[in-house]
Ligand binder design. Structure first.
Ligand code: SF4
Ligand code: SF4
Length: 343
């Protein structure tokens, strides 16, 4: 597997890493998937779960593979920006890893200026002490907000950034500026959501023609050190590793990248090009909720809907979002469904 330097950390990582978020439960699955990663020459593992219960079950598996891994242990779970909670969980992870050490401490899910200004700056004070004690190598940050990520990269305070990178961002000037900043500041860029949560692969249950090889090939055309697809099981890990044997023709994303609106016609890809809405309805997120309820239950989605503090019935049907959507999504039908489900 091709190795790339993880920014100024000086470490080399395999271009295919592992995201652990979606793995089916059970130590056996984790053990096999980690074995496949290492056998293929990969090493970068994003350790998303921070709670002690997780590490009691899975710590022994990680310890088995530890010597071959570059571990990015999360500082926080993106929900509780509470320094003592983060530190207690982080200490537990370092102990469970067996090494008492993480190559990267990843400050997790930083998406607002307020959290960057407060929680992150306070977290850095603590993480610098871990570095002085030799318990942490580099400091990373994950997030989804361009402006916060750009400020973090330009600040010189982080060595690694984990950010969504996928075909949907093709041609986006903001994304391009972020990649350029990572190069200029020698920040290791780790691509999450390389498959955009799998939404690029099917439209109404039919294959879209976009493949994992297209997605990964596009990601690696950028200054990305590693991508961390999140397989559910061994089969999905194999599908990702097949990239390593893909032909140049299979990897050629050129024919799909300029044709996404046709290939994905009618499918929301949560690109948010439909905004702004005059009455502040977060249209893309409403479409995401519709998709979420197709896969799961309304009750699971309800707290998320409520967290947006929006009222879809305030839509004036002005049509501005519909006109802006490059993917021809039936937004009005989606909003009606949201009103029906949650209104
Ligand atoms: S509705 Fe269209 S423009 Fe809005 S997020 Fe979905 S795909 Fe993007
Ligand atoms: S049609 Fe409704 S959701 Fe779309 S921009 Fe107009 S008010 Fe907003």
């Amino acid at each position: 597997m091709e190795q790339r330097q993880l920014g100024r950390t000086g470490r080399d990582v395999g271009i295919i890493g592992l995201g652990t978020e979606h793995l089916e439960p059970g130590p056996e699955v984790l053990d096999r998937v980690l074995g496949m990663l290492v056998d293929a020459g990969g090493n970068y593992v994003d350790l998303l779960y921070v709670k002690p219960e997780y590490w009691e079950t899975y710590g022994a598996v990680y310890r088995t593979h530890r010597a071959n891994l570059v571990a990015a242990a999360h500082w926080g779970d993106g929900q509780r920006f509470d320094l003592d909670y983060c530190q207690a969980c982080f200490d537990g992870m370092l102990a469970a890893l067996g090494s008492g050490y993480a190559e990267v401490a990843m400050i997790a899910v930083i998406d607002t200026q307020e959290v960057w200004d407060g929680f992150v700056q306070q977290s850095l004070e603590r993480l610098w002490r871990y570095q002085e004690q030799g318990r942490v190598g580099a400091i990373g940050m994950s997030g989804h907000d361009l402006s916060v990520a750009l400020e973090a990269v330009q600040s010189g305070l982080i060595d690694v950034l984990m950010f969504p990178v996928n075909l949907v961002g093709y041609g986006n000037e903001g994304d391009a500026a972020l990649y350029q900043a990572c190069v200029e500041h020698d920040v290791g860029l780790v691509a999450m959501k390389a498959y955009h949560g799998g939404v690029l692969f099917t439209v109404d249950g039919r294959p879209s023609g976009i493949t994992p090889a297209h997605c990964l090939s596009y990601v690696y055309s950028l200054p990305v050190a590693a991508a961390v697809p999140g397989p559910k099981n061994v089969d999905e890990m194999q599908a990702t590793l097949r990239y390593l044997e893909a032909t140049a023709e299979e990897k050629d994303y050129g024919p799909v990248v300029g044709d996404l609106p046709r290939l994905l016609h009618g499918k929301c890809v949560y690109c948010h090009h439909c905004l702004p809405c005059p009455v502040d309805i977060p249209v893309g997120w409403m479409m995401w909720l519709v998709d979420m309820t197709d896969r799961g239950t309304v009750e699971e989605a309800r707290p998320i809907y409520e967290s947006f503090h929006t009222d879809v019935s305030s839509c004036t049907e002005c049509g501005e979002c519909v006109a802006r959507c490059p993917f021809g999504v039936d937004i009005m039908a989606g909003l009606r469904k949201v009103a029906e489900l949650f209104g």
